[in-house]
Every structure is written in structure tokens, then in C-alpha cells.
Design a protein around this ligand. Structure first.
Ligand code: GDP
Length: 593
């Protein structure tokens, strides 16, 4: 008996894929994805169910038993409305939005060529005379609606954006050259998509080459536990050629199918939220930033806040270079109006007016300062370090070694270290020194990077320091394993030590209407710092322990005051008295080996 693919059936019957899956769920039929096949008997049942539903709905002619509405729904030029945009949703439902796609993979496997091919064939030609500018993203028009592609040089957008805690891509396409198969950056790209929990499609590129071997790619994928559909898994693998265009339509169709399953929605009337794709300075225009609208709608003259900067939108252009006045969800727009260049991945908010924008910026600046200070002072609890006690803990690792043999040997030992309480998740295991990409992955996944017989370059170390990522190098496998044991035991709690800073004598008290009691003091030893711990002693007795919340020299707020100077100290306590000694100290992390 012949079998039918779910999405083909959905197309033929004129229903959405999601609806089809709902019906299958109702029947208790198991499937892996919309490209799974089902028995003909099931098809009959589905048709009956649809016919019944239509009859109940008031006699609207059921399409269930009718022939497909259109035999050639792939005609991109037809006026057929995009099913996603016009899906018959109830009026209160948040509307669908177009998927945002990123293309990742090993160098030279054809990412740029694929993007170029799609841009050439799927982006509406610009009016004569216009030059299409590179803005970091473009919108492709397909028979199934709009698909937005992230198109940034170096293809680092996905990682850098994610490293800032934002997610811009809904779907990741992993490009693998059919003549080269899986390479280190392919594995990295896969690890990134997995860590971000973004659905992944595989495009096996360069199938036009005589030496292309798509089967080898599929077999290699299974070794990463990624099983293509033909082999019984649920990984969609599409053979394509960015050179001839073969398979590109299929790929676009799969993207739309995946998007439909993801049920991507955003409210154009909601509060605006977006992410910076890229920013640059144009010699003539000034600062230009590409913003991906994620929620709500952006209008010319809106005030935008990015990090601790804000700007008013003077002009907006779409990815085709056309001037626009507003932009809804899943639209990349180039915005003119920022005074400073924002970085990729920064979140964008809007504000009602300039005053509101300034207030947001001021609040952020003060939050940042507080967080910076708190980071130094706070002692992390074991629970914060390790997650709720009693639950299964995952130790995320990125492994780098000199040879494939070492990688395998280490992985073999690690596998035996897993227990009911602790799962070891090697997110990425590769040969060679750790890269900046590894650090970004580690920072978003809170992983530790362990190196065996390889070391990180200075540049990579610097990035790791900036992101608080641990890179540890070993020359003996068992030392590396010991480190893993320590991570497993959670024996990684940073140890803080109290470091004495200095002391001051209180000579005069000033009552401040807002800040309370300010102790006019003279620093007799060392120095005092704002936000340091404070111990107040009276005679021989410690009368209070708290924090120096404010420090002033005359009228100015200062961070630090040295021996021999007078200052105003504001402790978070109002009962300081003349003659008290205020001693300052701070918590510093002790290096552990
Ligand atoms: P990227 O580094 O992944 O962006 O790779 P590129 O798009 O720059 O492609 C690398 C090389 O492979 C270029 O010389 C392309 O012309 C070539 N290439 C890309 N796609 C195909 C393809 O489908 N078929 C063939 N024969 N060559 C391709």
C-alpha cells in the first residue's frame, strides 16, 4: 500500500500543516515531522474528519474531498496570498510573522553563494537606478510568503547576537558541501543551533559537482546523532546547488514548512521590540543601523533606545533600499538617527519621547553600575552555581584537543562519568585551539572550555576573560578528567577573601534630607571605596556592619578617597556617631588551581 507525505496531503487538501498534525494527533498517529509519511487508510480517515468539520461549520463546501485548489502553487509571480500572512485565524489571535533564517556552515561550503542565489532570484528587482545596499538582512519573496535571511559578512551574526542574549533567527540552515562533508565549522554551527534550540535544516550544497557525495554527508551526520529522514530520523536534508539553483526551491519550501510548524507570531500593534543586526558609519549619511523588528511596529520619528544610547529615527529604508515610514514584525530596516554605532545583538526598545528615552538610558546606566559592583561583592551560593539542588545537573563542556584520537579517548572517559545526578554534555568536540566562536557558545551555554595539548591564542583568551568563560588547558588527560570531576562535584564555588582597604575617623555628622546621616570623616589609613563593605567600631565594639553606599569629596561623588583626605561617608545606617571608626574592606576572589 502506498504512503503519502503529510505536507503533500495538507497541500492537496488545502489545509495548514499545523491543522493536519492536529488531526493526526487526534487519531493517535505517530509522526516525526510534516515530511513523514502516513498510510492511505489514515488519509481516508483525515478526509472524513475534514468533511465532517466542514459540514458542522455550516455547509461551507469542504475541500477535503475535492481536488487540490491549484495544481501549480509554486508560481512565485502569481497573486496568491501568502498563506502565513492570511491564515484564517480568529480575530483576537496574534498574526503570523515571516521566519528569520540564518545560514551557517564551514568556510567555502557555499553560504555566500547560496544567499546570493536566493537574493538574485527571490528579491524583487529594485527600481531602475537604485543600488541595493548591504544592510545585513534581506527579504525573499517565495510562493509561500516572505522569508527573511540574515546576511552579514563573516556569518557571525548568529553567535554574536546570541552571545548578547538575543535570539534573532528562527531557523538555521547548515550548509555542507557535498564534496567535503562535515568539517570543524560545520560541527560548530550545528552545536550553536542546538544550543539555541533553533530548528535546523541541512542544505547539502554543490551537488552539481561530479565528485559530490551527498550520501557520505548523510552518513556523517548520523554520527552526530543527527539522522536524516531517509534514514528514519527527523532531520530535513535538502540537496542543493548554489551554482545551478537546483533544489533551492525545495529548500525554501522546507523553510516555510518549518516556520509553519513553529507557529511564529508577533503582534504589529504590540509594544515594539527589536534587535540590532549590524551598525556602521556611512561617510555621508552618518550612523546607520539595521534593526530587525521582532514585535510591534517601528515608525519614522520614534525614539529608540539601545544600551545606554538613544536616537530619533530620521529615516528608514527597507532591505531593498526603498524609503519606508513604518515596519512591522520580521522586517529588517535600516535606521538613520543613532548618534553612536550600536553593536550587533543589542536589543532595541522604543520610547514615547526624548525625555522617556533619557530616563531609560539613565536607569540602565545606574543598573549597570550596581551590577558591576554587586558582582565583585556578592558571594554566589552553591545553588546559584549549580542549579536547584536535587535536580539533575548538566555540566556543559567544549572540548578541544590536538588529535581526533585524544578527542575520542577523552569523550570515552567522560561518558563513564555520567550519573543519575549529573549529565555531561559535550556541546562541541574539535581538533585544534579553541576559537572565539567556542567562547561565544560557552558563554551562552555556560560551558567550560577544556583543552588538551592545545592552548587558546591571546585574542581568544581576552574574549573569554571579557565574557567570564573559563578556558582550561591540560597536557595530561587525567588532569583534565580531574577537572571534570571537580566540575561534577560542583567543587567550583569561587572562594572570596575579605581584603582590608582602609579606615577613617568620623569627625562630624551631617544630616542630609535624602541620604540620611553623612559622616564627615578623615581617612587615616589606606583608602575608602564606594560600595565597599563597612565596619563601624565605637571604642572596642563593632556597632554596625554594612556598605558604604555613598562617598563624597566636597559636593562631588567619588569612587575612592585616599589617606590624609577628608570625605563624606554615607553608610547604609543612620546611627553613626562622632568618634566612630569606619573600616572599609572588599571581597576579592581567590585564585584556585
Ligand atoms: P562560503 O565561504 O561558505 O560563503 O562559500 P562561498 O559561497 O564563498 O563559496 C566557496 C566557493 O565554492 C566559491 O568558489 C563558490 O563559487 C563555490 N560554490 C559555492 N556553491 C557552489 C555550488 O553549488 N556548486 C559549485 N560547483 N561551486 C559552488
Amino acid at each position: 500500500m502506498s504512503k503519502v507525505r503529510i505536507y503533500t496531503l495538507a497541500k492537496d487538501l488545502g489545509v495548514e500543516n499545523a491543522k493536519m498534525l492536529e488531526l493526526l494527533d487526534g487519531l493517535g498517529v505517530s509522526y516525526k515531522s510534516v515530511s513523514s509519511t502516513i498510510e492511505e487508510e489514515t488519509v481516508d480517515l483525515i478526509k472524513e474528519m475534514l468533511a465532517e468539520e466542514a459540514a458542522q461549520a455550516g455547509g461551507a463546501p469542504a475541500q477535503a474531498t475535492a481536488a487540490p485548489e491549484s495544481d501549480t502553487p509554486t508560481d512565485a509571480g502569481s497573486a496568491a496570498p501568502a498563506p502565513q500572512a492570511d491564515a484564517p485565524t480568529s480575530s483576537e489571535e496574534v498574526p503570523h510573522r515571516a521566519p528569520v533564517v540564518t545560514i551557517m556552515g564551514h568556510v567555502d561550503h557555499g553560504k555566500t553563494s547560496l544567499l546570493d542565489y536566493i537574493r538574485k532570484t527571490k528579491v524583487a528587482a529594485k527600481e531602475a537606478g537604485g543600488i541595493t545596499q548591504h544592510v545585513g538582512a534581506f527579504e525573499a519573496q517565495t510562493s509561500k510568503g516572505k522569508i527573511v535571511f540574515i546576511d552579514t559578512p563573516g556569518h557571525e551574526a548568529f553567535t554574536t547576537i546570541r552571545a548578547r542574549g538575543a535570539n534573532v533567527a528562527d531557523i538555521a540552515i547548515i550548509v555542507i558541501a557535498a564534496d567535503d562533508s562535515l568539517m570543524p565549522q560545520t560541527r560548530e554551527a550545528i552545536a550553536h543551533a542546538q544550543a539555541a534550540k533553533v530548528p535546523m535544516l541541512i542544505a547539502i550544497n554543490k551537488v552539481d559537482l561530479p565528485q559530490a557525495d551527498p550520501d557520505r554527508v548523510k552518513t556523517d551526520l548520523t554520527q552526530l546523532n543527527l539522522v536524516p529522514e531517509e534514514y528514519g530520523g527527523d532531520l530535513v536534508v535538502v540537496p542543493v546547488s548554489a551554482k545551478t539553483g537546483e533544489g533551492v526551491e525545495d529548500l525554501l519550501e522546507y523553510i516555510s514548512l518549518t516556520a509553519e510548524l513553529e507557529d511564529l507570531r508577533a503582534d504589529p500593534k504590540g509594544t515594539f521590540g527589536g534587535v540590532i543586526i549590524e551598525g556602521k558609519v556611512d561617510k555621508q549619511a552618518g550612523v546607520l543601523a539595521t534593526v530587525m523588528v521582532q514585535e510591534g511596529t517601528l515608525h519614522v520619528s520614534d525614539f529608540l533606545v539601545v544600551g545606554e544610547n538613544y536616537g530619533k529615527i530620521k529615516a528608514m529604508t527597507d532591505s531593498n533600499g526603498a524609503r519606508i515610514k513604518e515596519a512591522g514584525p520580521s522586517t529588517p530596516v535600516q535606521v538613520l538617527g543613532f548618534s553612536e554605532v550600536p553593536s550587533s545583538g543589542e536589543k532595541v526598545q522604543s520610547a514615547k519621547n526624548e525625555h522617556a528615552a533619557r530616563e531609560i538610558v539613565a536607569a540602565r546606566a545606574s543598573d549597570r553600575r550596581d551590577a558591576e559592583n554587586a558582582r565583585v561583592q556578592r558571594r554566589l551560593t552553591l545553588e546559584e552555581m549549580m542549579g536547584p539542588l536535587g535536580s539533575v545537573r548538566t555540566v556543559n563542556l567544549i572540548l578541544r584537543a590536538d588529535t581526533q584520537g585524544s578527542v575520542e579517548a577523552i569523550q570515552g572517559i567522560l561518558a563513564r562519568k555520567e550519573s543519575d545526578d549529573v549529565k555531561i554534555n559535550v556541546m562541541l568536540a574539535g581538533i585544534g585551539a579553541p576559537t572565539e566562536g567556542d567562547v561565544l557558545l560557552a558563554s551562552t551555554a555556560e560551558a567550560t572550555i577544556l583543552c588538551f595539548s592545545v592552548t587558546a591564542s591571546g585574542g581568544v583568551k581576552k574574549v573569554a576573560d571579557g565574557k567570564d568563560v573559563d578556558i582550561k588547558s591540560f597536557r595530561i588527560i587525567y588532569e583534565l578528567i580531574d577537572e571534570v570531576d571537580r566540575l561534577i562535584k560542583g567543587n567550583v564555588e569561587p572562594v572570596f577573601e575579605e581584603k582590608y582597604l582602609g579606615r577613617a575617623e568620623v569627625r562630624m555628622l551631617i544630616k542630609h534630607p535624602k541620604s540620611g546621616t553623612i559622616a564627615g570623616s578623615y581617612v587615616t589609613d589606606g583608602s575608602l571605596k564606594r560600595n565597599a563593605k563597612a565596619k563601624v567600631t565605637r571604642g572596642k565594639q563593632v556597632v554596625y556592619e554594612g556598605t558604604i553606599v555613598g562617598l563624597k569629596r566636597f559636593k562631588d561623588d567619588v569612587r575612592e578617597v585616599q589617606t590624609g583626605y577628608e570625605c563624606g561617608i554615607n553608610v547604609d545606617w543612620n546611627d553613626v556617631m562622632e568618634g566612630d571608626i569606619i573600616e572599609a574592606s572588599e571581597m576579592v576572589e581567590v585564585e584556585q588551581n
